[in-house]
Design a protein around this ligand. Structure first.
Ligand code: BTN
Length: 246
């Protein structure tokens, strides 16, 4: 049964905006993508949907909310480097999980934009889009299990029983705090929660592939892979993780 309630979501998200950089919350029963709605709104806007019919992820992927099983929310913010926005957002997801009673050690971040459990199952994804004027941060976080996505996990699967509106309120407040963090703090906190460090990876940068063990991962700088030919430092920008071993 869906936990969607238009009026209560509007009121509760509006309350969550108080004292933050976010000034107004729009709630839609359904839309194609909250990203598209948010892109038409000014900085400080928040858009949440009970369901998305065409949710999207990074690199042209689809994002399915399993018919209203995930928290789907977009935030319009001032333009900033997208690495800063995505790193702050991933850490905000981790902060909100802790604030909802989850154990920090059960989940971690996977460069650049995912939150996964320690077995590699995806819990949440972040999509940053925009232009020189403003950016839209979209966060999708699974709250109850998505039967059709076997490589995913939900908060319920991690033993956190909550509602989507409570998740979105926690995300809003955590994101507001994380967007004020210095880059060095974001870098350190990302490293402390990085699930890829020490794992076997295949990375792609432009047309080149690198296979080996990931020994450093700085979203604002370089990823370093220990390959059979020695250490290779690869700029984080434009770097894609093609494979990783759990
Ligand atoms: C990814 O995993 O590649 C990112 C997924 C981002 C999904 C969220 S849900 C809210 C917002 N609306 C969308 O269409 N996408 C983002």
């Amino acid at each position: 049964m869906s936990d969607f309630d238009l009026e209560s979501w509007r009121v509760r998200l509006g309350e969550a905006c108080e004292g933050t950089r976010f000034s107004s919350a729009e709630v839609l029963p359904t839309c194609r993508s909250t990203q598209d709605v948010a892109a038409t709104l000014p900085t400080g806007s928040v858009v949440a949907a009970g369901e998305q019919s065409a949710g999207r992820g990074r690199r042209g992927r689809q994002w399915s909310d399993g018919g209203g099983r995930s928290a789907s929310i977009s935030f319009v913010v001032d333009s900033m480097a997208s690495a800063r926005l995505s790193t702050a957002s991933v850490l905000a997801v981790l902060d909100s999980i802790t604030s909802l009673g989850g154990r920090k050690s059960s989940v971690g971040c996977k460069f650049p934009n995912d939150v996964v459990d320690r077995g590699g199952l995806k819990l949440a994804g972040v999509l940053v889009e925009g232009n020189v004027d403003r950016m839209v941060i979209g966060i999708g976080l699974n709250v109850v299990p998505l039967a059709e996505e076997p490589a995913s996990i939900s908060l319920e699967g991690l033993g956190i029983h909550t509602t989507r509106i409570d998740v979105m309120k926690a995300l809003l407040r955590a994101l507001d705090r994380r967007l004020s963090c210095e880059v060095n703090r974001l870098r350190a906190d990302f490293a402390a929660n990085d699930v890829l460090l020490g794992r076997g990876v295949v990375l792609k940068h432009h047309q080149q592939r690198f296979t080996g063990t990931l020994v450093a991962c700085d979203p604002f700088g370089m990823l370093v892979v220990d390959t059979t030919e020695g250490h290779r430092a690869i700029p984080a920008e434009q770097c894609t993780i093609l494979e990783w071993s759990v």
